[in-house]
Design a protein. Structure first.
Ligand SMILES: [Zn+2]
Length: 418
């Protein structure tokens, strides 16, 4: 009970603090908190733990009773120990990487150089004069206007050149009025523009591309002015920003758009063989999730369609539960020559490898493998999301309308166009 952090969502110090301080640590086992049916005994748990933890123990995913216990390394997604994840766990607390802004930078569809630039901006390690002054003590003025101290907030917001560029942008931003005091604040403003700015047909993505291009260009213009004493013109700088935005638009097309081509769709549909093809998907949001399942004959005639509420938090967990529902349905109907079509690659990969891709889904995953073992002639294949539209729409509609159970083709027609 005391010597392993077995409550998944608690860090070690939180875990220790979850226990009743009046109880002396001894060698009690966690299983002593189970009743005869191997469910949590909440009355007993309430003696051991603070009420908020005791009452949420049922959220701990558990392996089915016929499975052996497994040791999980919490910081590894797979739950498996390796020296690599151990090292990451050790340095985790030392890296101040907890702010989601850093993760956001690496996911942007911009060049690696621009990402590095944004990262340096946020970390305040771009070699501005103000920074050099903190080290060497001599004041450095802005190389562009020579009016104020050379700093990130000045160059990107207050310098006359920056002001006119922002004002000429499609959003007509008055950058001198922004209350930004650090380069980290500026970075956050660029990546997550405040709702106040967002009116009309404001496109966050467009704004980001422009803002990042503006700062990136200004930094290079500033360096040129600093080293070569060249005064940049508004027009040339503005055109450089515009061509950089155009470059981002043409080179960095989002991967979702490019993956939906006809060949991958055909490749997915080609493998949908068998007497029955069962399309499975899950909708998952705000700790709720719903399965959408559509059973068709090989000639794509719909046999039945149903939805079900799921007990899942992770999207992967929801997909696994949805598939488990579909497998159970086929077992109960005696349908054995079945192909299950899902659009979650991680799930299909895990089934093929007989290994849960995420230990948090270990419980449902074990059940799923057991259930699939009961229909050896069935197969699970991955199809692209576009090939799974119907199940996807059914899950989404059911999620939003709170209607669950079986639906006939008539009820579904307007929604999923079967
Ligand atoms: Zn200036």
């Amino acid at each position: 009970m005391w010597h392993a952090p077995w409550i998944p969502w608690l860090e070690w110090d939180q875990f220790r603090a979850a226990f009743n301080p009046m109880i002396v640590p001894n060698s009690t086992l966690v299983s002593s908190l189970f009743n005869e049916d191997r469910e949590w005994d909440f009355q007993l748990s309430a003696i051991w733990m603070v009420p908020s933890v005791a009452s949420s123990l049922n959220l701990i995913p558990r392996l089915p009773n016929n499975h052996e216990d497994k040791l999980i390394w919490k910081d590894a997604t797979s739950g498996e120990f390796s020296t690599r994840v151990a090292y990451k766990s050790i340095i985790k607390s030392r890296r101040a990487e907890n702010d989601p802004i850093w993760g956001h930078i690496w996911k942007l569809k911009i060049s690696e150089r621009m990402k590095l630039f944004l990262w340096k901006l946020g970390r305040d390690i771009l070699p501005f004069g103000e920074r050099l002054q903190r080290i060497f003590g001599n004041e450095v003025m802005c190389a562009i206007c020579d009016e104020q101290e050379d700093s990130a907030v000045h160059l990107f917001c207050h310098c006359p050149l920056a002001k006119s560029l922002w004002l000429a942008s499609p959003w007509g931003v008055r950058s001198e009025e922004l209350n930004l005091y650090s380069s980290l604040q500026l970075l956050k403003w660029l990546l997550e523009p405040p709702p106040l700015l967002q009116h009309g047909n404001f496109e966050v993505e467009e704004f980001r591309k422009f803002g990042i291009s503006l700062c990136f260009t200004l930094w290079s213009v500033r360096n040129q002015a600093f080293h070569e004493h060249v005064r940049p013109s508004f027009l040339i700088t503005f055109n450089r920003i515009k061509s950089l935005v155009a470059e981002l638009n043409s080179v960095f097309i989002s991967p979702q758009d490019s993956s939906i081509d006809q060949s991958s769709l055909d490749a997915g549909l080609e493998v949908l063989q068998g007497e029955f093809v069962v399309f499975v998907d899950a909708a998952c949001k705000d700790l709720r999730s719903v399965a959408g399942i559509i059973v068709t004959k090989a000639n794509s005639e719909v046999v039945e369609a149903f939805s079900a509420q799921l007990q899942a938090v992770l999207p992967l967990e929801a997909e696994a539960w949805a598939l488990l529902h579909a497998v159970h349905r086929c077992l109960s109907q005696g349908w054995h020559n079945v192909t299950f079509a899902v659009d979650c690659q991680l799930l299909v990969w895990g089934i093929k490898a007989r290994k849960t891709p995420n230990w948090r889904a270990a419980g449902v995953f074990a059940r799923l493998l057991d259930a699939l073992d009961c229909i050896p002639s069935a197969s699970v294949v991955w199809i692209p999301r576009t090939g799974n539209e119907k199940a996807h729409k059914l899950a989404k509609w059911s999620f939003n309308s709170y209607q669950f159970g079986f639906f006939n083709a008539e009820e579904l027609a307007p929604l999923v166009a079967i």
